[in-house]
Design a protein around this ligand. Structure first.
Ligand code: AMP
Ligand code: ZN
Ligand code: FE
Ligand code: FE
Length: 280
């Protein structure tokens, strides 16, 4: 039985592995497939596909969209086992524009706090060469560590960048319902990423009514109790149960979320369910 890790990041967003390195690592980890789910971009997908052919790893094109509901950041995964709609790929540009403005807002707040950082320093942390690759808070955190403002990425998020941190800000973003619609209309499968971390199952149920096709029950930040709860919720609403490691590689030696392949699903089963949902 082939296993698939359905949640990974590459250098196209805030992952540390290039698409090729990720595929190579997947092969070493004994996986049959990986989904590439970078934040607000699909820039890593084509290279991963090429490497996937070389190493015998199936690549499921995907994306993880940052949306906002009730002041909370909600991540919606989209999977594209078939053709990916060009219009959808172009729409992602507007999300990266929001992200770019948000990054500027963070730097502005840091400046007010007496911590001047230039955008060039953040962009120097970008590892992906594609113009459609992006940077986010982890890259800002790296600069804060380099400058000795904090001693770890975790501390950067705790004190400055995470929710409740001194430089935290959320710009206006699309709603999760809109993200779900964008994905569905483009022929994709919309899945709610790590539902357990929002601490709000009413919101999760609302998004199920909003058109979700699946719930990511298996995620490194979920407790075993959460895994069972979302398996049951998915079953109740006839949704696909997915899972993935949310692999990002290691920053300053510390992995965030899980090692590659630490959360997986049965590839054949998930593909069959994807095919069913696409027909709807
Ligand atoms: P952004 O997409 O720019 O808003 O940044 C959010 C991303 O930062 C999340 O998706 C995680 O990948 C990452 N992140 C959040 N908290 C931490 C942390 N404590 N250490 C490392 N990465 C983190
Ligand atoms: Zn990330
Ligand atoms: Fe996420
Ligand atoms: Fe993620």
């Amino acid at each position: 039985m082939k296993r698939a890790d359905l949640h990974t990041h590459t250098t196209a967003s805030d992952g540390l592995y290039s698409p090729e390195e990720l595929v190579r690592a997947a092969e070493k980890a004994g996986l049959g497939a990986v989904a590439i789910t970078d934040h607000d971009t699909v820039a890593g997908v084509d290279r991963a596909k090429k490497a996937g052919m070389q190493w015998g790893i199936e690549i499921i094109p995907g994306v993880e969209i940052s949306s906002l509901a009730g002041g909370k950041e909600i991540h919606v995964l989209g999977y594209f086992p078939g053709e990916m709609d060009r219009g959808f790929v172009e729409k992602l540009q507007s999300l990266r524009e929001v992200r770019r403005k948000r990054n500027e807002m963070i730097l502005e707040k840091l400046k007010e706090l007496g911590i001047p950082i230039q955008m060039d320093e953040v962009l120097a942390k970008k590892r992906g060469e594609s113009p459609e690759a992006n940077v986010g808070r982890p890259h800002i955190a790296e600069v804060l560590v380099d400058k000795g403002v904090v001693t770890s990425i975790d501390e950067a998020f705790e004190r400055f960048l995470g929710r409740g941190g001194a430089a935290y800000c959320t710009p206006r973003r699309i709603s999760p319902e809109e993200a779900i619609r964008w994905i569905s209309e483009a022929g994709g499968i919309p899945v709610l990423a790590h539902p357990g971390i929002y601490g709000d199952d009413k919101l999760v149920e609302g998004l199920i009514r909003g058109g979700l096709a699946g719930l990511e029950a298996y995620h490194p930040d979920h407790t075993p109790e959460m895994e069972r709860r979302y398996e049951a919720l998915a079953q109740k609403h006839r949704l696909i149960v997915t899972g993935g490691s949310d692999f990002h590689g290691e920053r300053h030696g510390v992995p965030y979320h899980g090692p590659l392949g630490s959360r997986t699903v049965d590839l054949d089963r998930v593909e069959a369910l994807f095919a069913l949902k696409r027909g709807k």
